[in-house]
Design a protein around this ligand. Sequence first.
Ligand SMILES: Nc1nc2c(ncn2[C@@H]2O[C@H](COP(=O)(O)OP(=O)(O)OP(=O)(O)O)[C@@H](O)[C@H]2O)c(=O)[nH]1
Ligand SMILES: [Mg+2]
Length: 361
Amino acid sequence: MRLGIIGLPNSGKTTVFNALTGSDLPTEPVSSGQLEVHTAVVAVPDERVDRLAEIYHPKKTTYTTITYTDIGGLDKGIGEGGLTGPMRNELQQLDGFLHIVRAFTDESVPHPQETVDPIRDLHTIDAEFLLLDQITIENRLARLGEEKQKGKIDNKQAHADETALLERLHTQLEAEQPLRDLDLTDDEHKMLRGYGLMSLKPVMVIFNMGDEGSDPAEGLDYDHKRTVVLSLRGKLEAEIAQLDDPDDVAMFLGEYNIDEPSRNRVIRLSYELLNIHSFLTYGEDEVRAWSLRKGATSVEAAGTIHSDLARGFIRAEVVPYAEFIVSNGNLADVKSRGKMRLEGKEYIVQDGDMLVIRFAV
Ligand SMILES: Nc1nc2c(ncn2[C@@H]2O[C@H](COP(=O)(O)OP(=O)(O)OP(=O)(O)O)[C@@H](O)[C@H]2O)c(=O)[nH]1
Ligand SMILES: [Mg+2]
């Protein structure tokens, strides 16, 4: 799963990218304005994995990951439906966005619109995405109309379904509302997958605050589905991410009166935004967390581990992590309390399920 870090020039995208990934990319007060892409893979912190590793002392411990891509140079052509070519291509491939909005004031960092106005900037990019989606949908509807006129339709039902769906989306866009607010079925999402619709993707809005000033997230009127809003102090967070010594981190946090670095919170929320959760596998070889789409079954979970496990799936042995901890990590005790279950193919995997897949190939 890959989230793209987007926003206007100088909003602090690279700064936040550094904070999240512990990278040390240069950040500059002068924006190059070019399409620049940097990617890093981040382990998702998970206390359950830590605890299991303490119990099993495995040879290997593996966390799930999220990929973050810092994408600079978005401003070209904004407001003119002008996002084209490689930039648009780049954005369409993402699973969601981290939209960085500048809320810090700093005379030495120019703002493309001169003034600092987070709400205006938030809506600038939102409006751009709505416009792009509208163009995409109108083009497709025009194509479908032509096909109909020429009587060149292979599958009448599919043609009618797609037209109806696109018209529904079009109405939403005309009302200036993002597509992610619509309740779409899995099939409808599938139908739309190839279009790379921007406002359909989940979004985390991050207000990048300075050390002073009010928090734009407070009292913000921004009620959308699959949307998270938060504020952090990007520059500070990036500095914390560069510290290796936990004592230094603690001192730093104390000095600035912060409970915990935002990094972990942002990564956890990214995970939730993507509508995935984790199941766990365990043993002396490896303790590992795996990402799985919420609502996926045990056989799909098996398939994430290895296609053989899905093909030869017999049963899943399920121990909920919480029960494992109640039993102090003693599986025999979990069993005797009747909390170890055998489940079939249709079982919907829950977050924190510890799985052993029984299979034969
Ligand atoms: N005062 C202050 N400055 C910040 C903060 N976050 C970023 N900056 C500064 O703003 C400038 C731009 O930050 P970047 O992280 O490079 O911004 P960007 O969005 O990646 O910019 P482009 O990629 O050029 O569009 C740099 O000089 C940063 O040091 C912040 O929270 N407070
Ligand atoms: Mg940058």
